[in-house]
Write a protein that binds this ligand. Structure first.
Ligand SMILES: [Zn+2]
Length: 122
């Protein structure tokens, strides 16, 4: 009789340990689902931020384009004429071409080189 009870408690301990494991696994999986949910929320938020930055940048580019067009038409309408530009038109042309060679030599070219390097990395 004593031997029988002993045999019965042994598998009971094993069973409860296995059940604990099952609960633990359930908990881990529930945690993983929560993590994925919060990651998804983070990505959604980042997408909104990226879209907002994109919108602002597009607006800025459009504004920039408008200003450039205005300045170019001022040059076109100036009495000085092509090949004999006045100081003001030269100044505007240099600014529009980002050609401030006196202050920053080849800034636009360096920028373009960096950009093409970055594109080659993709
Ligand atoms: Zn002029």
């Amino acid at each position: 009789m004593k031997k029988l009870t002993n045999l019965k408690t042994q598998p009971n301990i094993q069973e409860s340990r296995l059940k604990e494991n099952i609960e633990l696994l359930d908990q881990i999986r529930a945690d993983a689902v929560n993590d994925i949910e919060s990651l998804t929320e983070d990505f959604q938020h980042m997408t909104l931020v990226a879209e907002s930055v994109q919108r602002n940048y597009r607006a800025l580019l459009a504004e920039n384009q408008l200003l450039k067009g205005t300045l170019l038409s001022i040059i076109d309408e100036c009495g000085c004429g092509q090949g004999n530009r006045c100081d003001r038109c030269w100044k505007l042309l240099k600014i529009l071409a980002s050609d401030n060679s006196e202050e920053k030599p080849d800034a636009a070219r360096k920028y373009r080189a960096i950009l093409s390097q970055l594109r080659n990395l993709e």
